[in-house]
Design a protein around this ligand. Structure first.
Ligand code: FMN
Length: 183
């Protein structure tokens, strides 16, 4: 079993902690973490070279990881909510997966989706977290990836706010569910 986990925030904060919690439910050899705060990743230029060739002509850290992503059975995608959307880091990552689109490389793979934002659960801003999650759901639907579970972490603004919340427990549970799906 091979799982690729993607940290969609440069900040060493809540998103990273959610991914670390989820990854702890897998053996080290089962997991590869792509930490978008630690690699050099360029924007998709929209040239569509990949539609013809199934390859991207950008040469950066992500291009070296494309085979690993293609070969994985499942993914953990995690983003902070920004302006009720996924983060720019995560969007750039998803855009760069377009070489897989024409041939359906990601079709039928599994994932869990993790989101975090400052909005409080019972507030009028709570929809913001739903929308942030929704933007990742749309990517998965387009790519043909099955979403096995989702975590929405509310009320987390400062980088350690998630530490003493119940949301890391939800990440453990989502990861266990994903693992069981892959066994
Ligand atoms: C530019 C920007 C926009 C944000 N927009 C939202 C938002 O729309 N809804 C929300 O709940 N939180 C929003 N936040 C708060 C972050 O989602 C929150 O601080 C989160 O914990 C950041 O995760 P991180 O520590 O992994 O970077 C925003 C933060 C930034 C910097």
């Amino acid at each position: 079993m091979k799982v690729v986990a993607v940290v969609g925030s440069i900040r060493r904060g809540n998103t990273l902690k959610m991914v670390q919690a989820s990854c702890s439910k897998f053996l080290p050899e089962e997991i590869d973490i792509i930490d978008l705060g630690k690699i050099q990743i360029d924007f998709c230029t929209g040239c569509l070279y990949c539609d013809e060739t199934q390859k991207c002509n950008i040469d950066d850290d992500l291009s070296k990881l494309m085979d690993k992503i293609a070969e994985a059975d499942a993914y953990i995608f995690a983003t902070p909510v920004r302006w009720s959307l996924l983060s720019g880091e995560m969007k750039t990552f998803f855009d760069r997966l377009n070489p897989f689109a024409t041939v359906g490389t990601l079709n039928g793979k599994k994932c869990i989706l993790l989101t975090v934002g400052q909005s409080e659960k019972e507030s009028e801003d709570a929809f913001s977290i739903d929308l942030g999650l929704k933007s990742m759901e749309f990517f998965c639907e387009n790519a043909g990836i099955d979403v096995i579970d989702e975590v929405k972490a509310y009320g987390c603004l400062a980088e350690n706010d998630i530490t003493n919340s119940s949301y890391l427990e939800k990440c453990y549970k989502a990861a266990e569910k994903l693992r069981n799906t892959l066994l």
